[in-house]
Design a protein around this ligand. Structure first.
Ligand SMILES: [Zn+2]
Ligand SMILES: [Zn+2]
Length: 394
């Protein structure tokens, strides 16, 4: 068969991709409330002749594109949810819902995956195998992928390979991040409750102060990264919330700390959890406070399979030029796409989408987050090419 010009075919979808992304952008929906978005996705996939399953993991949608011939199954993953942020951009497609905003690019991801479904359904007869499009809810709360997996998203058929992408607005359009190995962190969260004995602010000696204890715990936790873990092994421990007290003249009974741990290796997470317990409980002991630590794992790291990477990089290089591939792109941000890549070889890549027209750089999750929409057709071309590498043999 003739090689498909994915760039040209994706370019032909440009207007549709932009219109669709702007529509999703104007109508953001939070985790597990993606009813409108999922409805549009299901309708579009049905129109393209895919077999569609809705309500997977509450609001997730799966579309199966069965090729004309037998072959492997490849999973294409997109996420649909927005964030609880009040948008500060002023455009024709600014969020129409107060305190809800697509500030991570998932509006683009949904439009892109629909574009890939459309592009590849035009080659249905040539396809050897099955393409499983997975539109997941609740990525931002780290629960959507698990909900879909619990609902059988990885079965019937079980994918041989998983691919997906994230629009990345710290990278210019035309660049892609294609590192092997750990590319996004695993994420855990923790709650530390410090119990003292309340007293008058003027009479500390008749109480036990949980505030001073909590402050020392915050400081001591910094030694997990600086003293306990291997300097060559990446780990982040961030205390992001401190809560205690209600009055100027009352030493409270309780103080609470909350935060997140990010890591690339499960062993490193286990070390962080162990040290956190030891430090918090024993600083508490020294300060005569009771300390409870609750540590919850959210997502595992995104680990790109080297064989899949070796297959895709030359194809991407042909499309964009080898200089535009960044084989070191990594972030301590987390992504629950990792659950679709657990035990299944997969590759998750970053597609440059930096908006050069913005008055300053605003990162993902900022109220002024924006993307360059020229990234959309390019992303469709790359993702289609990645899929084709497995189900459209030349
Ligand atoms: Zn995000
Ligand atoms: Zn995201």
């Amino acid at each position: 068969m003739m090689a498909i010009d994915f760039k040209a075919q994706a370019e032909a979808l440009r207007d549709e991709l932009i219109a669709r992304r702007r529509d999703f952008h104007a109508h953001p929906e939070l985790a597990f409330e993606e009813f409108r978005t999922a409805g549009i996705v299901a309708q579009e996939l049905q129109k393209l002749g895919l077999e569609v399953r809705t309500g997977v993991g509450k609001t997730g949608v799966i579309g199966l594109l069965e090729g004309g011939r037998e072959g492997q199954t490849i999973l294409v993953r997109a996420d649909m949810d927005a964030l609880p942020i009040l948008e500060e951009n002023q455009t024709d497609f600014t969020s129409s819902v107060p305190n809800k905003m697509h500030a991570c690019g998932h509006d683009g991801h949904t439009a892109i995956a629909l574009g890939v479904a459309k592009l590849l359904s035009q080659h249905r007869d040539e396809i050897a195998g099955t393409i499983k499009f997975v539109f997941q809810p609740g990525e931002e709360v780290g629960r959507g992928a698990q909900a879909m997996v619990d609902d059988g998203a990885l079965e019937d058929p079980r994918p041989d390979v998983t691919v997906g992408l994230h629009l990345w607005n710290s990278m210019p359009v035309g660049k892609v991040g294609v590192a092997d190995g750990s590319t996004m962190a695993g994420a855990s969260i923790f709650d530390i409750k410090v119990t003292g004995k309340g007293t008058h602010g003027a009479l500390p000696h008749v109480g036990i102060d949980p505030v001073v204890c909590a402050a020392q715990i915050v400081t001591a936790l910094q030694t997990i990264v600086s003293r306990s873990s291997d300097p060559l092994d990446t780990l982040v421990v961030s205390v992001t919330q401190i809560r205690a007290g209600d009055a100027y003249n009352v030493i409270p009974q309780f103080a609470e700390l909350h935060g997140t741990v990010r890591y690339f290796r499960n062993e490193t997470r286990d070390l962080a959890r162990e040290r956190m317990r030891e430090i918090a409980v024993n600083v508490g002991f020294a300060m005569r406070c009771e300390v409870e630590v609750n540590f919850v794992d959210l997502t595992i790291p995104v680990i790109n399979n080297a064989e899949v990477g070796a297959k895709l990089r030359p194809l991407f290089a042909e499309m964009l030029g080898a200089d535009n591939l960044d084989t070191t792109a990594r972030t301590m941000g987390a992504e629950d796409v990792s659950l679709f890549m657990n035990d299944i070889p997969g590759f998750y890549f970053f597609v440059g989408a930096q908006d050069m027209t913005a008055d300053a750089y605003y990162g993902h999750h900022h109220p002024k987050f924006s993307i360059d929409e020229n990234s959309l057709p390019l992303a469709v071309a790359l993702l289609s090419q990645a899929v084709a590498a497995y189900v459209l043999p030349e």
